[in-house]
Design a protein around this ligand. Structure first.
Ligand SMILES: Nc1ncnc2c1ncn2[C@@H]1O[C@H](COP(=O)(O)OP(=O)(O)O)[C@@H](O)[C@H]1O
Ligand SMILES: Nc1ccn([C@@H]2O[C@H](COP(=O)(O)OP(=O)(O)O)[C@@H](O)[C@H]2O)c(=O)n1
Length: 286
């Protein structure tokens, strides 16, 4: 049988490799087409996987990076910067818990502050969260194919996300998805339990903190810059309340992993903390 440029595999073993590499390219292209066509993309994931392949070509050792810490201290800012520059996948695990919370608010799972856990348990399988890159190349969160990036950052979601995140079945579902996203390493994930539960074997673990007042100020400035209504006192109260619930819940409470490096960035600029993180990355990978 003639296989054209592949000849026969037994005649020429390298033709088998050629065939397999062409087949893989076909699978990747058809997968990307499928993503666009279905509007159901894990696009950021896919694009970063190919970037991560670039680091393979450069013979860099691919690691897992876990960045945990208190609310609003700059975890995602530093995680995104690092991921972009080293060609790693970036996943904002908090966005996933926020998306579940938004779903719960919009689907009658809350009665005031009371959560209908039985209803949420039944519906958790209907909650599909994905990330796609926007025109500027920044990842945005999609809930069941709808862009919810702005909605999930609102105070109404912030005020309900910690009780939702304390539910064991919600965490089980999110952690399973996060672990599968990081199965090939080459990932930076930020959150509350990444170094302790999601990736306990991560090669680089960072735990970030800053004073509550500085964190609230940063969040306040961010919301104001976006033109959103914000009250400094309300944000400060929310930051403190979430820290408390996140640290005291039964399942995977927020705590520094024993092998995590502590970064207090109260008095650091964004540029300084970025430089510090790059130094840590270089120490582990070189
Ligand atoms: N060192 C810093 N100094 C001042 N502002 C910062 C610093 N790090 C982050 N920020 C700003 O603080 C806000 C919260 O940062 P973000 O990365 O979203 O925090 P987290 O992911 O920990 O919630 C953002 O507006 C970000 O630009
Ligand atoms: N890995 C994670 C990430 C977030 N969360 C929860 O989700 C909330 C929102 O996370 P976030 O990272 O968006 O919060 P900010 O630090 O950005 O304010 C947190 O307050 C936690 O209750 C969690 O429980 N586990």
């Amino acid at each position: 049988m003639s296989l054209g440029k592949y000849s026969t595999f037994s005649d020429n073993p390298s033709s088998l490799l050629l065939f397999l590499s062409d087949f893989l390219t076909f699978l990747i292209l058809s997968d990307l087409f499928h993503c666009f066509y279905r509007g159901n993309a894990w696009l950021i994931f896919k694009i970063n996987v190919s970037l991560a392949d670039k680091s393979d070509e450069l013979n860099m050792k691919k690691i897992t990076i876990a960045i945990d810490g208190f609310s609003s201290c700059g975890k995602s800012t530093m995680a995104k910067d690092l991921a972009r520059e080293v060609g790693y996948i970036y996943i904002d695990s908090g966005a996933m818990y926020r998306a579940v919370t938004l779903y719960s608010i919009e689907n009658g799972i809350f009665d005031g502050d009371i959560i209908d856990t039985e209803k949420l348990k039944k519906e958790i399988g209907n909650i599909h969260i994905s990330f796609r890159l926007n025109k500027e190349g920044r990842p945005e969160t999609y809930l069941n194919d709808v862009n919810v990036e702005d909605k999930i950052r609102s105070m109404s979601v912030s005020s309900k996300v910690s009780p939702i995140s304390a539910l064991d079945f919600v965490r089980k579902e999110m952690v399973a998805q996060q672990q599968s996203m990081g199965a090939k390493k080459g990932i930076v994930m930020d959150g509350r339990d990444i170094g302790t539960t999601v990736f306990p074997n991560a090669e680089l673990k960072i735990f970030v903190t800053a004073t509550p007042e500085i964190r609230a100020r940063r969040r306040y400035d961010e919301l104001k810059a976006k033109g959103q209504e914000a009250s400094f006192d309300e944000i400060l109260e929310n930051v403190k309340q979430r820290d408390y619930i996140d640290q005291h819940r039964d399942v995977s409470p927020l705590r520094k992993a024993d092998d995590a490096l502590l970064l207090d960035n109260t008095n650091l600029t964004i540029a300084q903390q970025k430089e510090w993180l790059f130094d840590q990355f270089n120490k582990v990978t070189n």
